[in-house]
Write a protein that binds this ligand. Structure first.
Ligand code: NAD
Length: 245
């Protein structure tokens, strides 16, 4: 392996993001978990201190572009540059097209897409200086094949794929790769709130006939963060039990 490069994971306080933080730490990295949820970060910090894990936490609302940019710059300066960025934080505000408000549309775009752009912009500045970077964005099968009731969310996740491919092309010669992982249905607090009927329907669309675990996504991200994926850029890996094939 692998130099000990700083990895930043947005939405690292719980769910898929937390699993990614743990997987990258296990890979031998110093990992920063960024999240708006102070309590979850405090729990994580306590665990890290108790178990001697190389994890830092930053409580931040990533829709505050100036704060996010300043935080990324500060972290890069303090830790010898940013090596890995995982754009993971995301929200849903589901509804049929006729019921989604402007606010529900804008909020989803602000967190899922714009904050990922702002983080990517800040990270690439640091990555260019060090001629190394791995940017991994958590999209969704919704952004690949669509999903009734998620037009705002699917728009943000499809846009993330477009953005990632642009980043891949812009920075390919500088040893900076950009890839997406598109989860299918993963058991987290985000999906726990869905009605049983919706879960049954989702399961029926999964060839493997089961939901995924957060580790399934974290393992794919760890691969994209590792030196083993150095010749892969601009790709979308669906981790979905066959849902979007
Ligand atoms: P989650 O809701 O459990 O976790 C999201 C995390 O992001 C939370 O810790 C939350 O506090 C944080 N966050 C939200 N808004 C923030 C903000 N403004 N600033 C900083 N942090 C913020 O979600 P999850 O299920 O773990 O999903 C993680 C990612 O995976 C999301 O992008 C989601 O869209 C994507 N995804 C999830 C599934 C699934 O089935 N769970 C499927 C496809 C894609």
């Amino acid at each position: 392996m692998t130099e000990k490069r700083l990895a930043i994971v947005t939405g690292g306080g719980r769910g898929i993001g937390l699993a990614i933080v743990m997987a990258l730490e296990k890979q031998g990295r110093k990992v920063v978990a960024m999240d708006i949820d102070k309590a979850r970060l405090a729990e994580l910090q306590e665990k890290a201190e108790k178990e001697g894990l190389d994890i830092l936490t930053e409580c931040i609302d990533i829709t505050d572009s100036d704060a996010l940019t300043a935080c990324m710059e500060r972290l890069g300066d303090a830790h010898g540059g940013i090596g890995i960025l995982v754009n993971n934080a995301g929200i849903t505000r589901d509804g049929l097209v006729v019921t989604i408000s402007d606010d529900d549309f804008d909020k989803v775009i602000a967190i899922n897409l714009k904050a990922s752009f702002v983080a990517t912009r800040a990270a690439t500045k640091s990555m260019m200086r060090h001629r190394f970077g791995r940017i991994i964005s958590i999209s969704s099968v919704s952004g690949v094949i669509g999903n009734a009731g998620q037009s705002n969310y699917a728009a943000s996740k499809a846009a993330l794929i477009g953005m990632s491919k642009c980043v891949a092309r812009e920075f390919a010669k500088r040893n900076i790769t950009a890839n997406c992982v598109a989860p299918g249905f993963i058991v987290t607090e985000m999906t726990a709130v869905l009605p049983e009927k919706a879960k049954d329907y989702a399961k029926s669309a999964i060839p493997m006939n089961k939901f995924g675990a957060v580790e399934d996504i974290a393992n794919a991200v760890a691969f994209f963060a590792s030196d083993d994926s150095g010749y892969i850029t601009g790709q979308v890996l669906c981790v979905d039990g066959g849902m979007a094939m």
